[in-house]
Design a protein around this ligand. Structure first.
Ligand SMILES: [Zn+2]
Length: 393
């Protein structure tokens, strides 16, 4: 009798999975594929903007997107005239890890609590102990033209409307930018792969964007907004059924998805293990013009996580800051997914590998990578629901 019941329950579950395309699509995400894509990105070192290793990474990402079937890749062009780091002038000892007084307020808002340790960008190439990686990261950045790549899944009934699913592909700190932001970039690439499968259809469009110049102040995202905002929803050429810039319905950014080991202890150290309470943090900015819409979008993601993510829950909070979605928050519903809250957690030093030579693939274990995978499940499920994804028989 028990065996019969188990069989009945199992076949009912299988049946509902067959009938729920969101469950089927989410099930196509694989930890090993996600890790392999992060690993692929690390072959370009820290991918600092304005260098050959950054340009090679943009080319590699575009090749991958094409190979997934997200075929019509495009590039946004802009100019960045600043210098990020001149090693000869700016080299100084890394000071990350020192215990500091906890501030009363922090960028983005929110109330900092607990121990704060200094979080700083490593500017000294010689602090990278891996000599091959030090060599790979040796070229300094130069001002000049910049490019960032994107591709689009065209909606069948509303090709003129889209969600933007994005991450930044540049990094710094003389590591491999494995977590910041190889983990977010790989998440977006995995979603592009799954949504580009020939059996997947969506009512609305989805644009997968890998921003450049985030680490210098989101100039890549800003250039995109400046150049393309006015093109939204316009058919070009008229009568063609083509919309080079579908109307923005929401902007979803992913930045540092792996490491949630908890708060620093009194001595400034952080646990070596992913904490059992690890979660995917979904942030919107309560002081932005689209706060109400952004909040609604954030809760849609939280519910998608609850239903479809396998291991880790999601938490919503209201102080999104220092991320590419900031450039969109006055124009459209905008959220950011991250391993921890950017202001009161990352800002207090919760991630000791942030912008450090230790942000390399080998630093992270499967519990870390699995948090990133759960963020991918969350975004994939939410975006599949929002765009009306179905599977062709
Ligand atoms: Zn980042």
């Amino acid at each position: 009798m028990t065996k019969l019941l188990t069989t009945l329950v199992l076949s009912a579950l299988l049946q509902s999975a067959r009938m729920d395309p969101v469950a089927t699509l989410t099930g196509r995400l694989e930890l090993e594929k996600y890790k392999a894509t992060i690993k692929g990105l690390t072959q370009f070192g820290d991918r600092r903007q304005g260098t050959d290793r950054n340009r090679a990474a943009v080319d590699w990402i575009e090749e991958q997107l094409k190979s997934y079937g997200c075929a019509n890749t495009e590039r946004n062009h802009y100019e960045y005239t600043g210098r990020q780091v001149d090693p000869a002038r700016n080299r100084r000892a890394a000071t990350a890890g020192a215990v500091l007084p906890t501030p009363l307020t922090i960028e983005g808002g929110g109330r900092p609590r607990g121990v704060r340790v200094r979080a700083a960008v490593n500017l000294d190439p010689e602090l990278q102990p891996d000599l091959a990686l030090r060599e790979l990261n040796a070229q300094p950045d130069m001002p000049g033209p910049r490019e960032e790549v994107y591709c689009t899944k065209i909606g069948t009934t509303h090709p003129d409307e889209m969600y933007i699913v994005s991450a930044h592909m540049d990094g710094h700190g003389y590591g491999e930018a494995a977590n910041d932001d190889g983990s977010g970039t790989a998440l977006v690439m995995e979603l592009a792969r799954i949504f580009s499968n020939p059996d997947v259809q969506t009512d609305r469009s989805i644009r997968f964007v890998l921003w450049n110049n985030e680490e210098t102040g989101e100039q890549g995202a800003k250039a995109y907004v400046d150049q393309r905002q006015a093109l939204q929803g316009k058919e070009d050429p008229p009568g063609s059924g083509r919309y080079p810039e579908p109307k923005w319905l929401g902007m979803i950014q992913h930045d540092m998805m792996l490491f949630d080991h908890g708060a620093p202890r009194a001595d400034g150290t952080v646990s070596k293990e992913q904490r059992l309470e690890a979660d995917v943090n979904i942030e919107f900015q309560v002081s932005s013009k689209f706060a109400a819409q952004s909040q609604a979008l954030a809760w849609a993601f939280e519910m998608a996580n609850e239903k479809y993510a396998t291991d880790y829950p999601a938490a919503v909070s209201s102080h999104m800051t220092n991320t590419d979605s900031f450039q969109f928050q006055e124009f459209v519903a905008s959220i950011s997914l991250r391993e921890a809250e950017r202001g009161i957690q990352i800002g207090l030093g919760w991630d000791p590998h942030w912008h450090q030579p230790t942000d390399v693939f080998a630093t992270f274990d499967d519990k870390d990578f699995r948090l990133g995978l759960n963020a991918a499940q969350t975004t994939l499920a939410a975006v599949a629901q929002l765009t009306g994804a179905t599977l062709k028989p």
